[in-house]
Design a protein around this ligand. Sequence first.
Ligand code: NAD
Length: 259
Amino acid sequence: MRLKDKVALVTGAASGIGKEIARTFVAEGAKVVIADLNAQGAQATAAELGGPAKALGVAMDVTDEAAVDAGMEQTVQTFGKIDILVSNAGIQTIAAVDELELAKWKQMLAIHLDGAFLTTRAALRHMYRQGTGGSIIYMGSVHSKEASMLKAPYVTAKHGLIGLAKVVAKEGAKHGVRANVICPGFVRTPLVDKQIPEQAKEFGISEEDVIKKIMLKDTVDGEFTTTQDVAQAALFFAAFETNALTGQSLVVSHGWFMQ
Ligand code: NAD
């Protein structure tokens, strides 16, 4: 049990990668808050992961300052503290820059960057007061390092998370708070399933070709990364005990991006 008695809050944990991270953390002994815009999904996930003693579902829009602060407060009231934040909630939008609406650009930056900032600030205030350190993990992407066509706001936001993690790593060090970024390749979740037909339409190719010739083209083995792969990377960062591992980003992508 690598996270025994730890308390974690995972945003966007009603689905996909966040849900698998929550499941892995509970299996490793943590108490986990499932924070999601989808309130019903958050409650259902919490029940699935073992109910009140192990998991709590909280309705949270990560772009809403009051909702984020209230959700963090509820976490500390319920489980006594906060040790780990996984800032994971995210969406995708597909459009070329010359066609992109300002509202879509702002929405993407708000969810990925405002959301990361607001949840980080709320977590740090408790972590600093507690004085027992902590781990902050951002869900970046290979798009934190690489670009793809039609994804300007996503690529911009995911690059930005690396900057935020580096600052939090420096400021948090004296409090024993570490900050790191996970950069997954393509994972078959609702977020990816939605964009396969969208990309097929934009590029005028088949859905099969979107998968083979775009998404997995540069991997070493033509394989999707799995939610379990990403959850293991999250566990590694969450359970690491010293400031030796901070301000870093780890790519988990079947070799799509190598550094
Ligand atoms: P998903 O669609 O399965 O899950 C995303 C979750 O975020 C949903 O439960 C949704 O309700 C929630 N959410 C959306 N907006 C929110 C908001 N404003 N406040 C709170 N919750 C909100 O997607 P996923 O693939 O599991 O993606 C999770 C994260 O992983 C995202 O940040 C995404 O960019 C990143 N990522 C995904 C992939 C991939 O290929 N799937 C690759 C790299 C990075």
